[in-house]
Design a protein around this ligand. Structure first.
Ligand code: PLP
Length: 422
């Protein structure tokens, strides 16, 4: 496979854009080499500027649940730009989309649309602090909630410099799937914790499912302590089910953060939940949050189109069946061959985890063999499979992926593993 055009362009772009990328997880730093310039996507496939075609399991890092350029979204986009692009005033589609979300996610009584998942988590945390009059935020090691100071204070794979010490001092860290670690912090900081923020299925320390009892206990602790429970469903919302992970677990958070799929491919974020909390937002209340492009008609129109399509339950059934097959085949093969690799999967999110033991929290994820993953990543890329360039981050497949795509991918995965462990 030749990547000449990509490499030539990369040597130009890195002089202008740090690391050549506008978001670091796009870079190949973790696996070595240079990111590829992608220029065309259709259904389950993506093509780079050198004309190489790949089966795409990045899915734009989550949004593309129906694959690239689904016709419902393209139609919605053309039809809205005939009338307007952005207004800076209320638009009827904001009402229609808000109504739709409140219908599919019963925990959301009121919602605010913003422009990214980061913005939604940042705003939800500020709102929780304003509502409770408390400063502390509890999150989980290995959690990712966008590039906001509060949660980048986290001890995880995305830890960053530039976070003021006093911000770090307001972030408490518990262990995922370990309710004792949460209870201890609530005991130590009684009546001081404004919010707990959690991904009900974590996607940045391999794909890790929260234990049902753990989430139930978390719900109860937050309730007992008047702490706002925030489910970060930026990645899981509309991906695992129409009603998100919370629908599958049957647990209602106080606030939910959404993004990614919600915009049908256009930039979007949203946070919503209990009306009494949401009404603390200006102009009703005293918590500020604003945005020039928030709730813009293009994102609303494309979001409505994709959610409309996702109301067909066959889509989630097919994703689960395909995922089940993919996981079973892959894990049986690794077991049979005695390879220390496993697929951790929930719905259409999965990770190829180079570890001999399953991952339940961040500490477990430290044992992932990053070097072996890097080798695997490049071997499968050369055969036409595009995975996230990270040993930890979730890969996604879509409704556009066919049985044939999965079968072909499995063959490529098996060959790569045989070469690695030969
Ligand atoms: C769980 C979760 N929360 C928040 C974010 C941030 O979203 P965005 O990249 O749209 O700012 C992400 C992005 O990957 C995410 O996976």
């Amino acid at each position: 496979m030749i990547h000449k055009k990509s490499h030539d362009l990369f040597s130009l772009i890195e002089n202008l854009i740090p690391g050549g990328v506008n978001s670091p997880f796009r870079s190949f730093n973790e696996v070595g080499g240079q990111a590829l310039f992608m220029s065309y996507g259709q259904g389950s496939s993506i093509t780079d500027i050198d004309g190489n075609e790949y089966i795409d399991y990045v899915g734009a890092w989550g949004p593309l649940i129906l694959g690239h350029r689904p016709s419902c979204v393209i139609k919605a986009l053309y039809s809205i730009v005939e009338n307007v692009m952005v207004t800076g005033a209320p638009h009827i589609l904001e009402y229609e989309f808000a109504l739709k979300i409140t219908q599919i996610m019963p925990s959301i009584a009121k919602i605010r649309f913003v422009n990214s998942g980061t913005e939604s988590c940042m705003s939800a945390l500020r709102l929780a602090r304003g509502y409770t009059g408390r400063d502390l935020v509890l999150m989980f090691e290995g959690g990712y909630h966008g590039h906001i100071d509060i949660t980048l204070a986290s001890y995880n794979h995305q830890s960053s410099q530039g976070i003021p010490a006093n911000v770090k001092g307001n972030t408490l860290m518990a262990r995922y799937n370990d309710i004792e670690s949460v209870a201890e912090l609530f005991k130590k900081f009684k009546d001081k914790i404004a919010a707990v923020i959690i991904e009900p299925v974590a996607g940045s320390m391999s794909v890790v499912k929260a234990d049902l009892q753990f989430l139930k206990d978390l719900r109860q602790i937050c309730f007992d302590n008047n702490t706002v429970l925030i489910f970060d469903e930026v990645l899981t919302g509309l991906r695992l089910a129409l009603g998100g992970a919370q629908g599958l677990y049957n647990i209602e958070p106080d606030i939910t953060c959404l993004g990614k799929i919600l915009g049908g491919g256009m930039p979007i974020g949203a946070y919503g939940g209990r009306a009494d909390i949401m009404d603390y937002l200006m102009p009703n209340g005293q918590v500020y949050q604003a945005g020039t492009f928030s709730g813009n008609p293009l994102s609303m129109a494309c979001g409505l189109a994709i959610v409309g399509e996702l109301q067909n339950p066959d889509i989630y059934r097919k994703l689960e069946n395909l995922g089940h097959y993919f996981e079973n085949e892959f894990n049986s093969f690794c077991k049979e061959m005695n390879y220390p690799v496993l697929m951790q999967r929930v719905g259409s999110m999965f990770s190829i985890t180079f570890s001999s033991k399953a991952i339940f929290n961040f500490a477990d994820s430290e044992f992932i063999d990053k070097d072996k993953f890097a080798e695997f990543f490049h071997k499968v890329l050369a055969q036409g499979v595009y995975l996230p360039p990270s040993a930890y981050d979730a890969a996604c497949f879509s409704y556009a992926h066919s049985d044939n795509d999965i079968a072909k991918t499995l063959e490529i995965f098996k060959t790569a593993l045989k070469e690695i462990f030969a």
